[in-house]
Design a protein around this ligand. Structure first.
Ligand code: HEM
Length: 413
């Protein structure tokens, strides 16, 4: 086994891609070629982060699956060596005690209180309501209530963002009227570039907002939503409830919104795949998995820190060293997905790692899947002539976020 000391290792060309990407070269349709090189030549590559620290970048499907399924790698951001992508992210992770950044048994204790709300059966039961919400949004959009030119709209603002936002508000018992307030804060929390003060303020605002909401619910003691049910748990502190509420609110809408907008964009750009879905809507379920794989919106990597020396990809990762699991690179690994660079809605893409893997695997994935399937069904059925209203080159991608997305998606029909 080759051992490279990351403290002295010379960061490879891959380093550049961990700097906040500013160029269009990193749009999700074309992941940086450096990932491919790393995956084939240096599957555990030492890279230098913004603060000068060195961490290991993993790019192969098999290695990432191994790390995310291995309890010797910790998700606890308070452990020395945990890799952060910015000062703001470090500040946030160390003050925000939500279970995504905890190890078992604490992680399991808290996650267990929510699993019942996010099982597949629950997401399926919600499907008709999600569909009704999507149809209402589409009707509002096509009737031009937003003041746009007839037959034109920003799909992000009118459809992709409000859909998951309305759904998570419904589930949590958060008033949707407040969406401008929490969406602005969530966006800062998910930013890779927001400064320390900005992140602290956003987090404090959201925390205060959820605490106020839970206080009101406690007084009423009647609502049957997730927050109200958490309040009735005896062994949860107010801080724990606020952290869980915040995690769900933040993770629950930006991710699905960006996936929806990028999925539509990917299909509009690829008339053959779009035509296959229009001709046979039963392909939509599989297409959603393929789009999750192809787009992999969590583009900045899933972070862990080794608690013991572990051999991965021909290297020894020492206790206290960080790893960044580039799930976007893993989802383009030819060893698992032949022709990985091509979007193929008929492909069996179920082994993708877009929702992570192991104990922290996305809690909301059944809900996200249902939302994405419904969104595509409703859009394809309702808008047979849907197309882009601007050239692809003018689409404003968001490079500055933990999850990939577009600021707006001008469409016409
Ligand atoms: C965790 C992706 C939608 C709630 C994760 C992780 C990924 C991910 C990669 C693993 C993070 C890690 O291991 O450190 C996505 C994507 C989504 C999506 C791509 C949409 C397409 C949602 C939704 C919800 C949600 C809709 C909630 C309503 C969570 C929670 C965790 C999580 C609570 C933490 C789980 C744990 O630590 O045990 N998500 N997510 N996500 N996600 Fe999602």
């Amino acid at each position: 086994t080759a051992t490279a000391d990351p403290a002295t290792a010379d960061p490879t060309a891959a380093t550049a891609i961990l700097a906040v990407p500013a160029s269009r070269g990193t749009c999700p349709f074309d992941p940086p070629p450096a990932y491919e090189r790393a995956r084939e030549e240096e599957p555990a590559a030492p890279v230098r982060l913004w603060d000068g620290s060195i961490t290991w970048m993993l790019t192969r499907h098999q290695d990432i699956r191994a790390v995310l399924g291995d309890r010797r790698f910790s998700a606890d951001a308070n452990r020395p060596g945990f890799p952060f992508l910015s000062a703001g992210r470090r500040a946030l992770a160390t003050m925000n005690a939500s279970f995504i950044r905890m190890d078992d048994p604490e992680h399991a204790r808290l996650r267990r209180m929510l699993t019942g709300d996010f099982i597949v059966k629950r997401a399926e039961a919600l499907r008709p309501r999600i569909r009704a919400i999507a149809e209402d949004l589409l009707a509002a959009m096509t009737q031009g209530r937003s003041g746009e030119r007839a037959g034109h709209a920003d799909l992000v603002r009118e459809f992709a963002l409000p859909l998951p936002s309305l759904v998570i508000c419904l589930l949590l018992g958060v008033p949707y009227e407040d969406h401008a307030y929490f969406q602005q804060r969530s966006s800062t929390i998910l930013s890779n570039t927001a400064g320390l003060d900005e992140v602290r303020t956003a987090r404090a605002d959201l925390n205060a907002y959820i605490k106020q909401l839970t206080e009101a619910k406690r007084r009423r003691d009647e609502d049957d939503d997730i927050l109200s049910r958490l309040i009735r748990h005896d062994d949860l502190t107010d801080d724990e409830i606020a952290a869980m509420g915040m995690l769900l609110l933040v993770a629950g809408h930006e991710t699905t919104a960006n996936m929806t907008a990028l999925s539509v964009l990917a299909l509009l750009r690829d008339p053959v795949q779009l035509g296959r879905l229009r001709a046979d809507p039963t392909l939509i379920r599989g297409a959603v998995e393929e789009l999750l794989r192809y787009l992999t919106i969590v583009h900045t990597g899933v972070a862990r820190v080794a608690t013991e020396d572990v051999e991965i990809a021909g290297r020894t990762i020492r206790a206290g060293e960080g790893v960044l699991c580039m799930i976007n690179a893993a989802n383009r690994d030819e060893r698992v997905f032949p022709g990985a660079g091509v979007l193929d809605v008929g492909r069996d893409a179920r082994r993708h790692l877009a929702f992570g893997f192991g104990v922290h695997q996305c809690l909301g994935q059944p809900l996200a899947r249902t939302e994405l399937q419904v969104a595509l069904e409703v859009l394809l059925e309702g808008l047979p002539n849907l197309g882009l209203a601007v050239p692809f080159e003018e689409i404003p991608f968001r490079h500055d976020m933990l999850v990939y997305g577009v600021r707006s998606l001008p469409v016409a029909w």
